[in-house]
Ligand binder design. Structure first.
Ligand SMILES: Cc1ncc(COP(=O)(O)O)c(C=O)c1O
Length: 373
């Protein structure tokens, strides 16, 4: 496994060594139930509460308004499943679109925003979609798209949604640690997942404005102020804290990633790739491209055999041959069939990208000079 070139950081990130160490330590010494009043419980509670404070510092907000969940999926469900009406788009992660479909089935009003080719939603379309919807309707958008890295104009959406008396839920799972917290500061609720920022899987959070606490989906104990019953894992919380601290420190160093991504993407374009999300503001660690006449899932499989890990579509639909719904919504089925996502991280070296490029050449059947495309 050591020689694998891992270019699938949007699916998940390698846990930080410091997070692994912190988790092992907590698993040994602070494994108690954070709700217990005795010493073991207090030790575990300290770990959980320190993690809550650290996360609140990173993402903005009061620690009291951070609800730990099992990850981004649960956080999105917690924010949206009780919405009286929903405005969203086909660009969103399935943990949002599937909730929208469930609400539709219940007979609640759900409006799907039209998707421009760039993948960047238009605030005016959101304003129009909200006309006639009941108060407290929710608009749900991701701050950063998981497949293309396209950045949505969240500050503009905040204004539009507020003016309409509605609420804004931001899926910030792909944005936290990559954009400053001001980007989603006006949202009513937003979601985070630790494993996208070099923390462990199985823990995330829904953060809300004080007056926008969600109703619980689970019935049980009074953990997380009753908003998310169930024992919080201090071990996962310890890893989340380290990841949040690290993310805050590394926020400014992301320019290097953009330079590497740009250079890599330029080479792919020279080989005939078309960039999905071109023309919109995109984060600098993701490249989503389609090679005309090449099936994305076959390219991913060929690269895997050559020791390069990338993805076609989102990780949740990996293992199936279903073309990406995101790219289909933006640019149609043909383009989606060819789509491949390359996502890099701070541990990705320029040498690895050079080797990945050679693997692309081999997988594509040799370098593809422009006149053969
Ligand atoms: C934008 C976005 N939202 C939500 C999720 C779900 O997060 P989790 O895997 O923690 O459930 C993901 C994961 O890929 C994502 O990319």
């Amino acid at each position: 496994m050591t020689s694998v070139i891992y270019l699938d950081w949007n699916a998940t990130t390698p846990p930080l060594e410091e997070a692994i160490v912190a988790m092992a330590e907590v698993a040994r010494v602070a494994w108690g139930n954070p709700a217990s009043i005795h010493g073991s419980g207090r030790a575990a509670r300290d770990v959980v509460e320190t993690a809550r404070e650290e996360l609140a510092r990173l993402v903005g907000g009061n620690p009291r308004d951070v609800i730990f969940t099992s990850g981004g999926t649960e956080a999105n469900n917690l924010a949206l499943l009780r919405a009286p009406a929903l405005v969203t788009s086909a660009l969103e992660h399935p943990s949002v679109t599937r909730v929208a479909e469930a609400l539709e089935t219940e007979g609640k009003p759900v409006r799907w925003l039209s998707v421009p080719e760039t993948g960047r939603l238009e605030p005016e379309a959101v304003r129009e979609a909200l006309v006639g919807l009941p108060p407290a309707s929710i608009v749900a958008v991701a701050a950063v798209n998981h497949e293309t890295g396209v950045v949505q104009p969240v500050p503009d959406l905040v204004e539009v949604v507020r003016a309409a008396g509605a609420r804004l839920h931001v899926d910030a799972v792909q944005a936290v640690g990559k954009l400053p917290a001001e980007h989603w500061a006006g949202a009513d609720t937003f979601s985070v997942a630790a494993h996208k920022l070099r923390g462990p899987k199985g823990i995330g959070a829904l953060v809300h404005r004080p007056e926008r606490a969600p109703k619980p989906l689970l019935l049980g104990g009074s953990q997380e102020r009753g908003r998310r019953p169930g024992t919080v894992d201090p071990v996962a919380a310890a890893g989340f804290r380290v990841a949040a601290e690290w993310a805050a420190r590394s926020l400014t160093a992301r320019g290097v990633l953009a330079e590497r991504r740009d250079a890599f993407e330029t080479e792919l374009v020279r080989r005939g790739a078309r960039v999905n999300g071109e023309g919109a503001a995109r984060l600098g660690h993701v490249s989503n491209v389609s090679f005309p006449g090449v099936a994305g899932d076959e390219l991913v499989a060929a690269l895997d055999l050559l020791g390069v890990a990338v993805s076609s579509g989102s990780a949740c639909s990996a293992g199936t041959t279903e073309p990406s719904k995101v790219i289909t919504a933006m640019l149609g089925l043909e383009r989606a069939r060819g789509a491949v996502r390359i996502s890099i991280g701070d541990a990705t070296s320029a040498t690895e990208l050079d080797r990945a490029l050679s693997a692309f050449d081999r997988a594509l059947g040799g370098p593809r000079p422009a006149n053969l495309r």
